[in-house]
Design a protein around this ligand. Structure first.
Ligand SMILES: *Cc1c(COP(=O)(O)O)cnc(C)c1O
Length: 373
């Protein structure tokens, strides 16, 4: 493909040597679980997000699972409680809820903003849902005045799925009435550093941020066999610790987070200002988004994608089958009433925005797209 969707190989010699230095530091330290690299990463992530605590973890799914388990261990949620989650998310959001003995309450999205529909959220909250998991999908905060008002009115516990939106900002403050950064909007937030995310490790990695010391301690203990000190296990925990090698690699990526966000915003701006082909639907512009994906809609999506592939433009779909229709959930939740989510799944297309796409190649891709009839 002339315009690949994504290529994660690292060819820049400068970047390669920084990763090599980071690896050498870990090897020389003799510390291969926990230790200074993980601690430094945690301090940096907490500072970046404006939270009191960050805990490095094995991956994003574990970050979500442990956030929910910690809420249960701390008596904020009880097994069987319902957690509102938008229908248009990656399966991991929902797996974390069901794995923790909680019940997902799928809510539809607003067809204009593409954010969770505040009316649907209010319906499930007034029906007894105790928590809400906003998923900052495509790098944009799933948080606005209406959503925040419903969360506040019903005292919902807010667990952010921030896997796609490190560094993003919301236009209105979070549950503390102050913070605007994703990762600090709710009571606890889960990050992923899966290689394809905006900040990707060279392997699996994740983290949780929170300003609640009790939740932070519970997540930390749960990730380490449920132990609060050596050979003393207060929870039936797991091993979900962050690998120090990955902590060091993430540090290298974080050095260029601003440049990466600027690159993505510039590409998004080029797409948004130049795509005019008939039938195309553009994402709502959001100044705070970090544009993990640039997702358009087209009524003839499959033909559109095939034609683009013939022109050398690779595209992808995030996500073609929503979680409630996946075989593992369709029995229990397949009848959820999510017309907007289901319609969007049939018409969305993600355009190249990750590396190696540049503003120049994005402009070329846009001219190709505009020739589609
Ligand atoms: C990637 C992702 C996850 C899971 O993160 P992993 O590190 O791959 O386990 C969860 N939620 C969303 C929205 C994601 O995009």
């Amino acid at each position: 493909m002339k315009y690949p969707f994504l290529d994660l190989s690292i060819s820049d010699p400068e970047l390669r040597s920084r990763f090599a230095e980071a690896a050498a530091r870990v090897i020389d330290s003799g510390c291969f679980v926990g230790g200074p690299e993980v601690a430094a990463f945690e301090t940096r992530l907490a500072e970046m997000t404006g939270t009191e605590h960050a805990v490095g973890l094995s991956n994003g799914l574990d970050a979500l699972r442990l956030s929910l388990r910690a809420l249960i261990e701390c008596g904020r949620l009880y097994p069987g409680d319902r957690v509102a989650v938008q229908g248009n998310t990656y399966i991991a959001s929902v797996l974390a809820i069901t794995d923790s003995g909680l019940v997902p309450e799928f809510i539809d999205i607003d067809p204009v903003s593409m954010l969770p529909d505040p009316g649907c959220l209010e319906r499930v909250a007034s029906g007894g849902a105790k928590a809400f998991m906003p998923v900052h999908l495509y790098g944009r905060a799933s948080w606005n005045n209406e959503i925040a008002a419903v969360a506040g009115k019903y005292g919902l516990i807010v667990i952010e799925d921030n896997a796609q939106a490190i560094g993003a900002k919301a236009s209105v403050p979070g549950v503390d009435g102050k913070s605007h950064s994703t990762g600090a909007l709710g009571h606890v937030s889960a990050f992923s550093f899966y290689p394809t995310k905006n900040i990707g490790a060279l392997g699996d990695a994740g983290a949780v941020t929170t300003s609640d010391p009790e939740l932070a301690s519970a997540v930390r203990a749960l990730a380490n066999y449920g132990s609060d000190r050596r050979y003393h296990n207060i929870y039936r925990g797991y091993n979900c610790r962050l690998d120090p090698m990955q902590a060091a690699f993430i540090g290298v990526r974080l050095d260029s987070i601003d440049a990466e966000t600027i690159r993505r915003r510039e590409i998004a701006r080029i797409y948004s200002s130049s795509l005019t082909c008939q039938g195309i639907g553009l994402p709502q512009w959001d100044d705070g988004s970090v544009w993990h994906q640039y997702v358009v809609t087209h009524p003839c999506r499959d033909r559109f994608r095939e034609w683009l592939a013939e022109q050398g433009v690779a595209t992808d779909i995030h996500y073609a089958v929503p979680p409630h229709l996946q075989p593992c959930y369709s029995g229990d939740y397949g009848k959820a009433d999510l017309p907007v989510t289901e319609h969007l799944a049939d018409i969305i297309v993600s355009l190249p925005i990750g590396l190696p796409t540049t503003p120049e190649s994005a402009a070329e891709i846009a001219s190709v797209i505009n020739m589609f009839m």
